[in-house]
Design a protein around this ligand. Structure first.
Ligand SMILES: CC(C)(COP(=O)(O)OP(=O)(O)OC[C@H]1O[C@@H](n2cnc3c(N)ncnc32)[C@H](O)[C@@H]1OP(=O)(O)O)[C@@H](O)C(=O)NCCC(=O)NCCS
Length: 160
């Protein structure tokens, strides 16, 4: 298993990973809506290009297939946002934990002062994982999709 930054040539595999997530996983993780396309994923690849650097996306790859995806988005705003998903067949093997380690290391490396995320309240595995990586719940709200969410924040203690 290799964890690396999303790069040129990964768009199709990322779309296949996303569209292959089960209904249950997509209920709690759909930053790209219910389905995506290689074109949309190509845009994410472009935003990872060092010249643009608006997004930092990590993928876990095995056998040429993406089985995990974690990201820091909105890096050009005051509200960087974290997202994370692991392919259903690979959940519960600590891959989510490994991606979180790498994402938080990157957040520190970039001197981000805060990182935000939202999580469905009944997704206890996810929010407990986030708590172990320094996130705290700051509010509960109902999403446009009718689901109850927590908004969480990690204060990284950097200046600015
Ligand atoms: C949430 C998710 C990213 C976690 O990744 P994962 O690789 O399955 O998780 P891990 O194997 O690293 O386990 C994380 C922790 O949760 C714990 N855990 C497992 N099942 C749990 C449960 N039902 N309730 C609470 N904790 C649970 C594990 O013991 C582990 O704890 P540890 O780090 O102390 O050992 C993954 O399950 C997933 O992609 N879910 C669907 C999409 C999603 O909901 N993404 C998050 C959106 S906010």
């Amino acid at each position: 298993m290799k964890i690396r930054r999303l790069a040129s040539g990964d768009a199709e595999a990322l779309a296949a990973f996303y569209n292959g997530l089960s209904w249950h996983s997509r209920r709690t993780f759909r930053p790209l809506g219910w389905e995506t396309t290689p074109e949309v994923c190509e845009g994410i690849v472009r935003d990872n290009h060092p010249e643009r650097d608006r997004k930092f996306d990590l993928i876990a790859v095995t056998g040429g297939e993406i089985v995990g995806w974690g990201f820091l988005w909105h890096l050009d705003t005051s509200q960087p946002t974290l997202g994370l998903a692991v392919a259903d067949a690979y959940q519960g093997m600590r891959l989510g934990n490994a991606l979180m380690d790498r994402l938080m290391k990157e957040a520190h490396r970039r001197n981000l002062s805060r990182v935000f995320l939202t999580v469905v309240t009944d997704n206890e595995r996810a929010w407990r994982l986030y708590e172990r990586h320094g996130f705290v719940r700051i509010e509960a709200f109902r999403g446009d999709d009718g689901l109850p969410y927590y908004r969480m924040i990690a204060e990284l203690g950097a200046e600015g």
